[in-house]
Each structure stands twice: as structure tokens, then as C-alpha cells.
Ligand binder design. Structure first.
Ligand SMILES: *[C@@H]1O[C@H](CO)[C@@H](O)[C@H](O)[C@H]1NC(C)=O
Length: 482
């Protein structure tokens, strides 16, 4: 069991490692050290600067509705308060006291709404269920959701003003109107009203990685130590004491050959976690989604205005169902964001996720799905052709005005299930709460399905079996190979 006197090592300085550290340090823990192979002090979590964790990303969706999963909804609403507090704190901080590259003008969150869109004329069950649950648990927030192609909702949205009317009609012509869904306008209009605020979606427009820069700044202020960069910050192995009746981790060894002891070692490495803890490979698996970008040139002010968050919501589109790799040719689950200040529009696709099985670095005859990115020893700078083809089909239909520019960059986004928030501290101190059963260590019986994929290295979604896109495939040309 841990207490403020315990020494704590956190392996991984992304959003989970940082949030765990800040809550421990603020809770009185005096000896918390974060290790990471990325030198965040120099690269500021910038994804074009050597960072390939999911935390180092230009933007993320922050949503408050999770259907019947009330624990997720409650976490999101609590986190919302903290995001807003950070926004205010940054605004009120002297520029000289903010960490590079943050300025007081930077908002970590921008509230711009989200459009949940799906194929076909009739509202899909998932969306009806979302609206129903919201109506029951948070009726004032349900009042800010507007079902597409519904006369009464079209009248209601008018009361929010012309920008929201534009957002409500933004997708009307797509597929000759044969789409359904709802606009969630829970953002921006009644910020003064604290009660209403509880149920908003919060959608970061500014670079998400700036949130990590700020969280690291808060960690430093709270006394958290950092050992960053290669080789000193890169973990080589866990130090394990096997002398007692059970195995115990007593520290870590880093690539510079040094050993660091601690009463508690927390591994917060996202999709790299099973690389360090082979025992976890059946309960956390690295899977990859496809991300594409369109960089809108600065002389295209028309497009920069059109996709600005004042005029354009985050969107999501669903078509078809299932995840069977054999019969999923028209299924779609993906979405996109408003443009960033730098002119970058991001699109994601995750109807089909991919894996990359490799030999485990320390455990003999074990193969695990292992992230491979632009910055891996065996770097990759493209995406699976399958995801790209589906994205061109849907995004080309939604935004024909972007097809002449084409995709200008790509990213493989590796992720896995993980934990965060100050409730982590309760688990460390053995104070049971509602999250204890959800976050406990889970063992998996051989042969039991645990994470939904479980196809292993012979499965069809492994990278070794995928066709990868070539640079020409990034264009939307009529005669492209797609
Ligand atoms: C922090 O913990 C480590 C490992 O237990 C110990 O070696 C070190 O002296 C501690 N540092 C402080 C400032 O207490």
C-alpha cells in the first residue's frame, strides 16, 4: 500500500503519467519521478518533433455522453471542470511564467459542438439511445441537442443564432440528404450558466499537446521530478525481486545502465505497456487507427474560414456495422475536426483497427502487438491502404472542396485501454471506490476473448498482411489506383 512517504516512479510522461503524478504530488507525495524516452522539455510534446504517443496530438474530442456508462460520463464532467480551470489559469498568468510555447491567448479547449452523423434516412438506434439517456439523466443538456431533418428541432436551433443554424445544416447535401443524426450544440452559448455548463461537450481546438505541456508545468510546480530523453529516461527493464513468495517490482533500470529504486513503479506507457509488462499482453493490446491530414494553404482563406471552429463542428460519421475484416467493405466509423490555427484539418478512421505483432523484447517465444510509428527504429510514414480508401470515399463525398488539395500528411495512431485521473491515487492507497472493480488487475483465462481483437499474429489485420498506401494514393485523382 502506498502513502505520501512512498517513493514513486512513473514510466511514461504522457497524459496518464502526468495526471497521475500531479494528483499524487498535490496529495502530498514528495518523491515522484517521471521517466520518458522523449525529451519533452525540448520537443514540447509536438507530434512533428519526435513524439509518437497518443498524447502528442494536435486535437482530441472531449465528450460528456457515454450512453449508459455513467462512470465515464461522470469522469468526463469532473474533468470538464478542470479543463475550464486550466483555461482560466492560463489566461490569467503572466506570459513569462507560462511554459514554452504557451501564451495567455492559448485556450486548451474550444467549445464548438459535435455533429453525430450516420448513413440512411432514419435515426440509427445508437443515436436514439444516446438522446434518450441524455433526456433522462441530463434534460437541460438534451435541450441542446438537435435532431437532423426534424422541423421542431430546426426551429429550436434558430434560437441559438445564425452560426448554429449553419452548423445544423452543414451536412444537408451529403448523399442527397439521405443521412441522419444530431447536432450537439452544448458549447459556448450559456457559459455563464453553471448548471447548464455541467452537460456540455468540451472540444479542444488548440493543440492538444499544449495540454500536456501545461500539465507537465503543473507537475514541476508541484515538485515532480523528470528524467527525460535517451538514454537516461528510456527504460530498459523493470527490476523484479523474486526472493519472496510473490514477485515484486522494486525499481527500473534505464538505458544508461543506472538502477532507480522506488516503493512503487507505475507503468503508464499506453500501447507500449505490454512491452514492459508481458503479463498484461492479453488484457491490453496495441491497436492502430488511421489518421490523415489536409493542410490548407494560407492563400485559401475561403476554406480556412469555412472550417474554422466558429463555423464548423467536430463531426462523426457511421455507416454499416461490425468489425469483421472479411465483410466490412462499406462500414465506416470515423470523423474529423475543425481547422487548427496552422491550417491543418485532421481526419480519423477506426472502423477497422490494425495490429503489428513483433517478438517481445524480453519474453522468449512471445509475440505482442507493438506500436510502429514515424519515429520507431523501423520507421513508417504511411497508412494502410484499406483505411485510406474508405476515408477518401467518405471525406471526398462530404467535402469535395478539399479533394483538389488532397491529403498532405498521415499518422498511425496507436492506442490501448488505460486508466487516469486522481482516482488512481485511491487504488494505490487501497481506498475502494466505484472505479476499483473497473481498474483492478485482470487476468485472462486461456481461450477467453478479452479485448475484442484476440486474433493474434496470424489474424488478418496484422501489418505484415496489409497493403500500405503510396504517396500517390494521398491524392483524390479520378484515375488513382483506388
Ligand atoms: C526518493 O526515493 C528514492 C528511492 O527510494 C531514494 O533513493 C531517494 O533518496 C528519495 N529522494 C528523496 C529526496 O527523498
Amino acid at each position: 500500500m502506498s502513502s505520501p512517504e512512498s517513493s514513486v516512479i512513473i514510466v511514461g510522461g504522457g497524459v496518464f503519467g502526468l495526471s497521475t503524478a500531479v494528483w499524487l504530488a498535490r496529495g502530498g507525495y514528495k518523491n515522484v519521478t517521471i521517466f520518458d524516452r522523449c525529451d519533452f522539455e525540448k520537443n514540447h510534446y509536438n507530434p512533428s518533433n519526435g513524439c509518437d504517443g497518443a498524447s502528442a496530438d494536435i486535437n482530441k474530442i472531449f465528450r460528456a455522453t457515454y450512453g449508459s456508462k455513467s462512470h465515464s460520463q461522470d469522469l468526463a464532467l469532473e474533468a470538464r471542470d478542470i479543463w475550464l480551470e486550466w483555461n482560466r489559469a492560463i489566461k490569467n498568468t503572466d506570459p513569462s511564467e507560462l511554459p514554452d510555447p504557451l501564451t495567455p491567448e492559448d485556450e486548451l479547449l474550444t467549445l464548438c459542438g459535435v455533429f453525430h452523423l450516420a448513413d440512411g434516412p432514419k435515426l440509427i438506434d445508437l443515436y436514439s439511445e444516446n438522446l434518450r439517456v441524455m433526456g433522462e439523466t441530463a434534460p437541460s443538456f438534451r435541450d441542446l441537442q438537435f435532431v437532423k431533418n426534424t422541423y421542431s428541432d430546426e426551429r429550436r436551433v434558430n434560437s441559438l443564432g445564425p452560426d448554429w443554424v449553419k452548423k445544423y445544416h452543414r451536412f444537408d447535401t451529403f448523399r442527397n440528404g439521405r443521412t441522419n443524426g444530431f447536432l450537439d450544440a452544448g458549447s459556448g452559448i450559456t457559459l455563464a450558466d453553471k448548471v447548464m455548463q455541467r452537460f456540455f461537450f468540451y472540444l479542444p481546438w488548440a493543440n492538444f499537446y499544449q495540454a500536456c505541456v501545461y500539465a507537465r508545468h503543473l507537475c514541476l510546480k508541484a515538485g515532480v521530478k523528470f528524467i527525460l530523453g535517451r538514454p537516461q529516461g528510456e527504460i530498459k527493464s523493470l527490476i523484479i525481486d523474486e526472493s519472496g513468495s510473490s514477485k515484486r517490482v522494486t525499481g527500473i533500470q534505464t538505458q544508461d545502465g543506472l538502477s532507480h529504486n522506488a516503493d512503487l513503479v507505475i507503468v503508464a506507457c499506453g500501447p507500449w505497456s505490454s512491452t514492459l509488462i508481458p503479463d498484461a499482453h492479453r488484457s491490453v493490446e496495441a491497436t492502430m487507427g488511421t489518421v490523415m491530414f489536409v493542410d490548407v494553404p494560407s492563400d485559401r482563406q475561403d476554406l480556412r474560414t469555412r472550417f474554422h471552429p466558429d463555423n464548423f463542428p467536430v463531426w462523426r460519421f457511421l455507416e454499416g456495422e461490425g468489425d469483421s475484416i472479411n465483410n466490412l467493405d462499406s462500414a465506416y466509423e470515423g470523423g474529423g475536426f475543425p481547422i487548427t490555427k496552422e491550417g491543418r484539418i485532421k481526419f480519423g478512421f477506426r472502423a477497422r483497427k490494425f495490429t503489428n505483432f513483433q517478438d517481445h523484447p524480453s519474453q522468449e517465444s512471445l509475440k505482442i502487438s507493438t506500436p510502429r510509428t514515424k519515429y520507431s527504429p523501423d520507421p513508417i510514414n504511411t497508412v494502410p491502404l484499406y483505411g485510406l480508401k474508405q476515408m477518401k470515399r467518405v471525406i471526398g463525398g462530404l467535402f469535395p472542396e478539399l479533394t483538389e488539395i488532397g491529403f498532405t500528411d498521415s499518422r498511425l495512431c496507436w492506442y490501448t485501454d488505460s486508466i487516469d485521473n486522481e482516482y488512481v491515487k485511491n487504488q494505490l492507497e487501497r481506498n475502494p471506490d466505484r472505479f476499483t472493480p473497473l481498474w483492478k488487475w485482470r487476468t485472462v483465462e486461456e481461450g477467453k476473448i478479452c479485448n475484442g481483437l484476440e486474433e493474434g499474429e496470424t489474424g488478418p489485420r496484422d501489418m505484415s498482411k496489409l497493403k500500405l498506401a503510396s504517396p500517390q494514393d494521398f491524392h483524390f485523382r479520378v484515375n488513382s489506383s483506388l
